[in-house]
Ligand binder design. Structure first.
Ligand code: FES
Length: 364
């Protein structure tokens, strides 16, 4: 369900072209909605925006301010901050960067997402690319404030120093927690005076670099966030360094309109024709016919416009549902971890029926 939240502050930053192409947007949460907007470090907000021609856009943005500590008596956050980089003309990001003003209202869904770090003792590390810094900034700030013995290493990669988001905020963490927060910056499109030499962080480079930065085997949680190339490279490097897969968590940042690899074909199976999907959502169930070629999400949306989704690209995980019976084929999956797949979860926006009847539970 979407709630109207007022834009309390907009901080514009200077981008590579000299004009502001990113903003830090702070939304005010009225007292009655604070419990609804409690969040875990790493979670995101979904914003709904209607363009002048009536098209509905939904975009996810990670929260980057610290989360209230676990068990805190606070009813919930009074403010929420997200970082937005302008990606394409005509999309929500260009509207937010160029036209949105303080006092405007946005329609916002409560925080969601399972790419989270609940503060606890231990050593944690993150590899981020570009705007992938946003959820990790919240994770590091929340962890270091809540757990006096926890340590966090951040390897952030940006194209150029001028394009890097939240540079001041990450530098502040280094000043505030000098013994517990380690910051390494890499620039892929320019050389710098200090830090790593320029160039892409590929799997070979990361596998050589990480053991020189920290005791890899002692890290209990790895958090990878950014574009597909960086996430794949970091996964390969960590596998090479014998890091168990269950310690590695990833969130792909899919820039608006950026192409994803093509969907994989169905391996030796025919999609079911004249299929029907039964779906449970907010405790109510219904059945919906699935038209040839459409996804289960689109079939459900015709009867239940409140079905959850944001990217429709297999990236954000908002449309996650549990498959209770039947079989489906997913075009692509960049959101669900292996344990979730084993537990029977699917992405409704990527699922097509392989059997005539399919049952989904969005509440599970
Ligand atoms: S709506 Fe984003 S993964 Fe399905």
């Amino acid at each position: 369900m979407f709630h109207p939240l007022r834009v309390a502050r907009i901080e514009r930053t200077v981008g590579p072209g000299g004009a502001g192409d990113t903003v830090a947007l702070t939304l005010a949460v009225p007292p009655e909605l604070r419990p609804v907007f409690r969040f875990l470090p790493g979670q995101h907000l979904t914003i709904r925006h209607i363009t002048p021609d009536g098209t509905e856009l939904r975009r996810n943005y990670s929260l980057c301010n610290p989360a209230p500590p676990p068990g805190s008596a606070e009813p919930g956050p009074a403010e929420l901050t997200i970082g937005i980089r302008r990606i394409a003309e005509g999309g929500f990001s260009s509207y937010a960067v160029t036209r949105l003003t303080e006092g405007d209202t946005l329609e916002v869904m409560p925080p969601a997402g399972r790419f989270t770090l609940v503060p606890r003792p231990g050593r944690f590390a993150a590899v981020t690319g570009g705007s992938g810094i946003t959820p990790v900034l919240s994770m590091a700030a929340s962890l270091l404030a809540a757990e006096p013995t926890a340590r966090f290493t951040l390897l952030r990669s940006d194209r150029t120093a001028a394009s890097a988001m939240f540079l001041t905020e990450t530098a502040d963490l280094k000043d505030r927690y000098p013994g517990r927060f380690q910051l390494i910056s890499a620039l892929t499109r320019e050389d710098r005076q200090a830090g790593l030499a320029g160039g892409r962080l590929d799997a070979g480079r990361l596998a050589g670099l990480l053991p020189r930065l920290l005791p890899v085997g002692e890290v209990t949680g790895w958090y990878l966030c950014g574009p597909l190339g960086l996430i794949s490279a970091a996964r390969q490097a960590l596998a090479k360094l014998d890091v168990p897969g269950e310690r590695v968590h990833a969130e792909l940042f899919h820039a608006e309109d950026a192409p994803l690899p093509p969907a994989a074909p169905v391996p030796g199976r025919e999609l079911a024709r004249d299929a029907e999907v039964s779906a449970t959502l907010d405790g109510r169930s219904g059945s919906f016919p699935v038209r040839d070629g459409e996804t289960l999400l689109d079939a459900v949306l015709r009867g239940r416009p409140d079905a959850p989704y944001a990217c429709k690209g297999g990236v954000c995980g908002t449309c996650r549902a549990r498959l209770l019976s039947g079989e489906v084929h997913m075009d692509r999956n960049y959101a669900l971890e292996p344990a979730e797949l084993d537990a029977g979860y699917v992405l409704a926006c990527q699922s097509h029926p392989l059997t005539a009847e399919v049952r989904l539970d969005f509440d599970a």
